[in-house]
Design a protein around this ligand. Structure first.
Ligand code: NAD
Length: 482
């Protein structure tokens, strides 16, 4: 049965003034309609921003621990619905049950974390030059935050923007991705039940060029936090900076794992396959390039192919790897597979859609491994956003670093090595916002900063942990000689 969701504006579940709606479908079984949503116009987005602006002063003046109590209650409500939300996430976005469950838990943990942070929003005391002066800093909210999110972590990414924004006294409008908005709307249901005051948190569904753009462009929006593709991120960044708004954009990746000649090859293959094929390759931090020392190259290729072939593909509620989120994403991956073959890459495994009853018309694609790739091939340079791994052979560690860095992106990177000096140099010289040793590129902790360099990020502000507090606050310096 299809759910019917509305916008949440000024504390009310409201219909779009357009009277129009759109639907989402289950990527494992596209005839299954998951939900129907408001197709919001710019006017709907404007009304949401105006509600947020009207509620801002009172929320900013609410004692921070009282704001924290609402976040804590929201976390507790989400916790009580974890199973239901997990099922909904898998049905609409497609990821495997364990991944969906982990993502819902992450959203819960983020709300608990920022609930506690409301008692610890920072500020410093310094020695003043005057004998009777107290010199200190306090943090206040930026104002109204406009939040634009992608479909691939449809509850965790909204959570890691909403929770710090609210904790620090901002009001907000979220425009979630149109491909999978359900769990974000369930998050607003929880906020509503937890007693969030009218207008403090608002959500409008619809498409980027209309509703999303209107949120970013509205004069009353003071800060814009965007996660998504580089192309849209650039538009959002330009619009926000033209209007002198605070802005952060977190974008795509082409994340490498370097495999050293000192690595245990089986472990390296497990790490790379986990990064490449987890979430069907649809993570911004997914590993899409293995940069492998020639001495272990053949053995590594055999091991990673075996890992890929052992993955059970199928509907996410029962199997290890779910479908791609949409027909468009599937087509994009299949196009890249064709491009790689035309460029001269060698297909080691995968390369197409799996066959069998359980796949039906779902957007399934096989875990795919290419070798024989030159670093200037498009498959080695462009983000595919599907379960496609490119293995690149290198002669030595310096070449591995050079190849790993020779892309426009710099989000996450890892190395598998038994050599401490290699690990140390990798951490220092890799051009990435996240560097990992003997771990997969994907997977993040919630209490440390996250963000990329180069074309993976605007490099303005980080997200998560204390960095989340920084983005949503303005520091005021107080000279008090009272
Ligand atoms: P997308 O850029 O197509 O859409 C992201 C959001 O922007 C959606 O809500 C969309 O409606 C909205 N949007 C589109 N046009 C807009 C406009 N003109 N103005 C305002 N908003 C607009 O991205 P996607 O396909 O949803 O997500 C996949 C991309 O996200 C990948 O490139 C992935 O690497 C990236 N991503 C990055 C991170 C990170 O933290 N770096 C995390 C997850 C995903």
């Amino acid at each position: 049965m299809a759910e019917r969701y509305h916008n949440y504006v000024d504390g009310q579940w409201t219909e779009s003034e357009t009277g129009e709606t759109f639907e989402t479908t289950n990527p494992a079984a596209p005839t299954d309609v998951v939900a129907e949503y408001e197709r919001s116009s710019a006017a709907d987005a404007d009304a949401a921003v105006e509600a947020a602006a009207a509620a801002q002063d009172e929320w900013a003046n609410t004692p921070a621990p009282d704001r924290g109590a609402i976040l804590r209650e929201t976390a507790s409500i989400l916790e009580g619905r974890k199973q239901e939300l997990t099922t909904l996430l898998t049905r609409e976005e497609g990821k495997a049950h364990a991944e969906a469950s982990g993502e819902v838990q992450r959203a819960i943990d983020i709300f608990y974390y920022y609930a506690e942070k409301t008692r610890d929003l920072g500020g410093t005391v310094k020695s003043a030059s005057g004998p009777q002066t107290t010199l200190y800093t306090v943090r206040g909210p930026v104002g109204v935050a406009g939040l634009i999110t992608p479909w691939n972590y449809p509850i965790a990414i909204p959570a890691w923007k909403i929770a710090p924004a609210l904790a620090t006294g901002n009001t907000l409008v979220l425009k979630p991705a149109e491909v999978a908005p359900a769990v974000a709307l369930e998050l607003f249901e929880a906020l509503d039940e937890a007693g969030i005051p009218d207008g403090v948190a608002n959500v409008v569904t619809g498409f980027g060029a209309t509703a999303g753009n209107a949120v970013v462009a509205h004069d009353d929006v003071d800060a814009v936090s965007f996660t998504g593709s580089g192309q849209v991120g650039q538009l959002v960044y330009d619009q926000a900076t033209d209007d002198a708004k605070r802005v952060q954009t977190e974008l795509g990746g082409k994340n490498p794992t370097v495999v050293s000649d000192s690595a245990d090859v089986e472990t390296a293959a497990e790490i790379v396959a986990g990064g490449a094929f987890g979430t069907t390759g649809q993570s911004c931090t997914a590993c899409s390039r293995a940069v492998v020392h020639t001495d272990v190259y053949d053995e590594f290729v055999d091991a990673v192919v075996a890992e890929a072939e052992a993955i059970e593909i199928g509907p996410g509620d029962e199997y290890d790897m779910g479908p791609q989120v949409s027909e468009d994403e599937l087509e994009g991956t299949l196009d890249y597979i064709e491009i790689a073959e035309n460029e001269g890459a060698t297909l080691e495994t995968g390369g197409g859609q799996p066959e069998g009853d359980r796949f039906g018309d779902g957007h399934f694609v096989e875990p795919t491994v290419f070798t024989g790739v030159e670093n200037d091939y498009r498959i080695a340079q462009e983000e595919v956003f599907g379960p496609v791994l490119t293995v690149l052979e290198v002669e030595e560690f310096d070449e591995a670093l050079a190849v790993a860095n020779d892309v426009q992106y710099g989000l996450s990177a890892s190395i598998v090595t038994d050599d401490h000096s290699e690990a140390e140099r990798f951490v220092r010289e890799i051009e990435a916002g996240v560097a990992k040793v003997n771990e997969k590129t994907s997977g993040l902790e919630l209490h440390v900063p996250f963000g990329g360099v180069k074309n993976s990020s605007s490099e303005t502000w980080r997200e998560q942990g204390d960095a989340g507090i920084d983005f949503y606050t303005i520091e005021k310096t107080v000279y008090d000689s009272f």
